[in-house]
Structures are given as structure tokens and as C-alpha cells.
Write a protein that binds this ligand. Structure first.
Ligand code: PGA
Ligand code: ZN
Length: 419
């Protein structure tokens, strides 16, 4: 069969992410059926509060260089083994590309080649194939079903947890412009709230320095104060908390889970039992327009997940991030036991595009909401924006409207919206 995008060359390089940590970028050069030579590219983000079941990010471990975080081994795997294996294959045959990558790796968690090496190539192949076919990436990925709906943005305007040096234990306080009619309008609402939030924080003598995802990271007396100041900022923008702009939390509770089955908030130095924590969420959701809670329970705490879903699942989106790690098997188990009702999708947790798409399809078949997500350590890559539109994801989270690695994703969505 004629190849639509025959792979001529694969090349990777170590680049730096938004936190100044090394990561992998890859370029895949292909020849189209018409004989054009084009190059696709992708780079891989990196988390701080990584789930323990994520595919493995291969790091050099050589403490003499960049604290052991170097990615030269992963880069070497792309330029050596992977390039040798994939050259001559069709980049437009994504399933074969990803199968070959997985076979070459041969481990269950991608620890040999590194999920960072594999994902960079997997996504760059898709980008190259789209270019060879002369299609926008979202159209190539989603075909005729793409962009039936448009993802709503979730913007992390106050950062805490592992993403900031402040005293907030909750990792992300996000705003969701639910009342807006168009994506552009939604972004206008969100950005207006963001600027009013900055002004109000400054007026109250609080820091307006930002955390890893571009949200403000002041110290508050209690986590709850972050919720009330967000509502103040929404009102100051002439919008209504709840119907115009709602709130979503990522509490990242895996970071708090202790051996004793309780939750230890490291900054406030408080301990909650699972029951107390659920009661706390219900209390906060009764006072503030919280529509979504991510990782409300730890990744291994199936019992708390069940109770949480029974208590709050009808009214609130309960998102599994560390819980599902974009893994279809883990999601399938969650569906069977009835835990959570939404899945966070981070391609680098899975390690290939095919597996990412399988997880999304499984979620959609089972009525779980789909949220495409960036990582706290990001690059300029905007693949997730195209992917979100291709699969008709319900939401996308890419941090605050601040710092280019965050805004580029939103800017790409604006372009796709008008495409
Ligand atoms: P991470 O955080 O990229 O540091 O894992 C993002 C999240 O938990 O959603
Ligand atoms: Zn999360």
C-alpha cells in the first residue's frame, strides 16, 4: 500500500521545560504520497505531583549533571533504537507506529525507552502525517467527528500544593467560564477575572507572584480564603459566581495520603480521615460554586473514592488524574467499581497517542467526562489543544492565562475555533 507519510528521519534533542528541567523534543521527517518532504515535531511536558502509576519518564540519574534529571538517554533512544525501527514506516499509520514503539520497549511501564522518548516520537509522527496530508492537526486526529463541540477551559488562577512555595495545600483553584457562549467569550471572561484577582490580591497586601502554572501563589490564612477571593474577583468582573464562572479544584490528594489511611496536609499540618475530608468537600461545595473536584482521594484509596462518588458524584464532577493516569485498564476498573465520573487525560502519563485515544474512547463510551490537561512543567507544544478539539473533550486545563507555555495552548484553541 502506498505510504501517506513515509518516515525518512527521526531526530530528538534535549530541551528545557517551563521549570528549567530537561525534557525531550522530537522531529519526524516524512515524504508525502505526492513527494513533499515535511517535518512534524512534538515535545513532552513533565509533572511535579506525578501519579505513581504513570508511564516512566526516563531520566539520566547522573547527579553530576542537572541533578540527575538529564534526558540524554531518552534522546539517545530516539536517535538510535527508535529511529532505526521506525524509518521506512508510515507515520500516518499511528497504531502501527505505537505498537512498534511498545514492542521495542517491551516493558509494562515504558521504562526501557522512556515514555518521554516514546511520546515525543508518537506525537511528532501524528504532526508529520497531518502536514503530509495538508490538514490541520485537529482535523487529522479527529476526522469528520472533530470539533462537534468545543472544550471549555479550566484556568488554574491560584496555585498551591506541589506547584508553589506558599501555604496552600490544595494544588489548583481553577475558574471555569461556564456561562460564555463562545470559546473567545469564555477566555475574555477568564482573563478579566484573572486581572481583577490580581488587583484584589494586591489591594489586600497579598503576593501576586505566580506559581508553576501561572496562577497566583499568595499565602492565605486558610485554603477557603482562596475560594472567597476568587468569587470576589468574579463579581468585580461583572459576572456571577456559579452561572457565569464556576470553580474547579484539583486537591491532588495522593500527595496527602498517609500510610495510616488518613490524609496529612503537609502545609497546614492537619490530618483528616477520609470521612472528614469528604465532609470538608461537601461543606466547601455548599458555600462556593465548585463544579469539579480532581483527585479528591488518593490513587490507592478505592474505598474513599467509592464513598466520595456516592456522596458527591451526582452533583459534582469527580476527576481521576493520579487515579487513572490516562490508562485504559485503570479507567476500566474504575468504571466497573463506579468511582469518579471524569478522567483527566495527559498524553505523557500514557506514553503513546494510541493509548491516549483508547482511554478517551473508553471514557466517552461510559459517559465519563474527558478533560485534556497540560502538566505543571510545560513546553511550547500545543498538541493537547488540537487533541481536545479532535476528540470533543468536555474541558481542557492549561493553567492560568499567564506565561507563554500556558497561553499558547489557549491561543491555539482560539485559532482552531476560527479554523
Ligand atoms: P502535575 O500537576 O503536572 O504536576 O502532575 C497537574 C495535575 O495534577 O493535574
Ligand atoms: Zn491533577
Amino acid at each position: 500500500m502506498q505510504k501517506l507519510a513515509e518516515i525518512l528521519d527521526i531526530f530528538a534533542r534535549e530541551i528545557f521545560d517551563s521549570r528549567g528541567n530537561p525534557t525531550v523534543a522530537a522531529w519526524v521527517t516524512v515524504r508525502s504520497a505526492g513527494g513533499n518532504v515535511v517535518t512534524g515535531t512534538a515535545s513532552v511536558p513533565s509533572g511535579a505531583s506525578t501519579g505513581k502509576y504513570e508511564a516512566v519518564e526516563l531520566r539520566d540519574g547522573d547527579e553530576r549533571r542537572l541533578f540527575g534529571r538529564g534526558c540524554l538517554k531518552a534522546v539517545g533512544n530516539v536517535n538510535g533504537l527508535i529511529a532505526k525501527e521506525l524509518c521506512g514506516h508510515d507515520a500516518a499509520d499511528q497504531r502501527t507506529i505505537d505498537r512498534l514503539l511498545r514492542e521495542l520497549d517491551g516493558t509494562p511501564n515504558k521504562s526501557k525507552l522512556g515514555a518521554n522518548a516514546m511520546l515525543a516520537v508518537s506525537l511528532a509522527c501524528a504532526d508529520a502525517a497531518a502536514k503530509a496530508l495538508g490538514m490541520p492537526l485537529w482535523r487529522y486526529l479527529g476526522g469528520v467527528q472533530a470539533k462537534r463541540t468545543f472544550p471549555k477551559p479550566m484556568l488554574n488562577v491560584i496555585n498551591g500544593g506541589a506547584h508553589a512555595g506558599n501555604n496552600l495545600d490544595v494544588q489548583e483553584f481553577m475558574i471555569v467560564p461556564v456561562g460564555a457562549q463562545t470559546f473567545w467569550n469564555a477566555m475574555d471572561h477568564a482573563v478579566t477575572v484573572y486581572h481583577n484577582l490580581k488587583r484584589i490580591l494586591a489591594e489586600r497586601g497579598l503576593s501576586t507572584a505566580v506559581g508553576d502554572e501561572g496562577g497566583f501563589a499568595p499565602n492565605f490564612r486558610r485554603d477557603e480564603d482562596a475560594l472567597s477571593v476568587i468569587c470576589d474577583a468574579i463579581e468585580a468582573s461583572g459576572l456571577k459566581p456559579g452561572s457565569d464562572v464556576a470553580i474547579a479544584l484539583d486537591v491532588a490528594a495522593s500527595e496527602w495520603a498517609g500510610e495510616d489511611g488518613n490524609y496529612h496536609l503537609p502545609k497546614a499540618k492537619k490530618v483528616y480521615t477520609p470521612q472528614q475530608l469528604i465532609r470538608r468537600y461537601r461543606y466547601l461545595a455548599s458555600l462556593y460554586p465548585i463544579i469539579s473536584i480532581e483527585d479528591g482521594a488518593g490513587e490507592d484509596d478505592a474505598t474513599m473514592w467509592e464513598t466520595l462518588t456516592q456522596r458527591m458524584g451526582r452533583s459534582t464532577m469527580l476527576v481521576g488524574d493520579d487515579l487513572f493516569v490516562t490508562n485504559a485498564e485503570r479507567l476500566q476498573r474504575g468504571i466497573e467499581t463506579g468511582i469518579a465520573n471524569a478522567v483527566l487525560v495527559k498524553p505523557n502519563q500514557a506514553g503513546t497517542l494510541t493509548e491516549t485515544l483508547e482511554t478517551i474512547a473508553l471514557a466517552q463510551r461510559n459517559n465519563y467526562r474527558v478533560i485534556l490537561s497540560h502538566r505543571s512543567g510545560e513546553t511550547a507544544d500545543t498538541f493537547i489543544s488540537d487533541l481536545a478539539c479532535a476528540v470533543n473533550a468536555d474541558y481542557i486545563k492549561s493553567g492560568a492565562p499567564c506565561r507563554a507555555e500556558r497561553t499558547e495552548k489557549y491561543n491555539r484553541l482560539k485559532a482552531i475555533y476560527n479554523d
